[in-house]
Design a protein around this ligand. Sequence first.
Ligand SMILES: [Zn+2]
Length: 316
Amino acid sequence: MSSTLSKRPIVDAHCDTWLRLLEHDSRDFTKTDGHIDLERLIASPVGIQVFALFTPPKWGEERGLRQLMRLLNLAKELMARHRSDLRPVLTQGDVDGPGVGVLLSVEGLDVVSEDLDLLDLFFHLGVRSAMLTWNGRNRLADGALTQESGGGLSRLGRQAIRRMAELGMVVDVSHLAERAFWDVLDEIDGPLMASHSNARALCDHPRNLTDRQLTALGERRGVIGINFYSRFLVPDGETSSEDLLRHMAHVLDVAGPHSVGLGSDWDGIESWPVDVPGVAGMAALAEKIEARFGTSAAGILGDNFRRLFRAVLPPS
Ligand SMILES: [Zn+2]
């Protein structure tokens, strides 16, 4: 890139690559036909990739917990095998470093059931972020696609995010029902992330955030990772990087330039911008972001998430 940006400026706050490998019964991350593999990741300008540990709620608490442990084991194995290229992001000091930083996040805490000690266990095993729920209702919170009540956090859910904040885990509000979102902001003070959510004003989907929510996250110095899923970008039809830039521009206007980031959702989405073919398309996208957003580009590409991680993760 013809710019002053660092060699690996990008932070991508969400992908489902570990689950994809597990579902394909593969422990080979070197080269895959998915959105992300090691070869393309290393060749890309991505400096930190957040890898979700997603266990679909239909698996239930018990099978879900077993699968989560399998995912975590897979992540650890791959990070050990490729340790010259991948570095775990566990503390503030790991935000910068050689190779590609890997930050692990649990997508949906159904598996903790009523046992919040599991949050401490996940933390000790290297998890540094979590979403209380996926799209449905669990013991902690209601998700964005919960039909009946649009309810908020349970008492257990409030305890869970307080515990996460104490431990130094990034609380991720993507996938929450709107009332649960406001309950989270009510319960803890620090900055939050919405790792993979877009602007509701541009695409009216319950997984996207209203301008009120975006404003509130901006006031908290939170960061919103723009999701590449076509159905969160436009109601129907094909999409291109122009649609990503439109959502970035809207979030920038409403929440502020310090609150825009990237949260691709690679390997977890069925449709995406035609000119951004997985992680191999990130370099060209970064050039477009630079051309469009000028001095705000470095923040959007990764510096905003880096600032958030440094503010929340435990000291080195
Ligand atoms: Zn998701």
